[in-house]
Design a protein around this ligand. Sequence first.
Ligand SMILES: [Zn+2]
Length: 227
Amino acid sequence: MMHEASIPAQVSTKPALVVAPHADDETFGCGGIMALKSDAGVSVHVLLLTDGRSSHTHVAGTNVDELITTRNREMIEACGILGVPADRIHFLNLPDQGLSRLNHEAFVDASTRLANLLKQIAPAEVFVNHPFDRHPDHEAGFRILQHAIAQSGLTPELFHYPIWLIWKGPMHWTRKPASLRGAMRIDVRSVQDRKERAIQVYSSQLPVLPPGFVKQFQQGYEVFFRQ
Ligand SMILES: [Zn+2]
């Protein structure tokens, strides 16, 4: 397990922004840290990058508008369980499964809107998916964030959380990350029951994730790489 190769670390009391490419990434990757910070009275904001329209493209008869509404509602409920109120959840409404194909104008527009949000909430820490997280939306989302941080003039500490990077499913077994050394491990066992409840809120997503995928996020630890 990756956890054993990582270094134990403590949750800080610094205000944070968690960036999620899709509704559920925040809970899987950072749900425990969100709950621990919230319990300590620390401000946590969450930003959802995509509108979630594409998780059920393989399911005939899916109503896209309903799906978008459902996923946003699930995110608000899951984040609420983890201590983040609805008014600290922000939506960029970018195209699901389309972040890596934004044209230049759309990329700059997304980055500018994200830079404005950063300036508004001025987080000391930003948690974002790993830059090589093996999903095009995740990797493009990281690039948008990086651009936005430069544009904002702010210098938050940046932490990368793995979602697809550590998935050892049959599709990925040959694709080993260059290095997992230097990962930090946060013990979230004291809030794992709430994280579990937040995970279960995502009833639209759990059936479409690969078998065994969710188990990675039920181990009582969260892992981060410091940029
Ligand atoms: Zn995702």
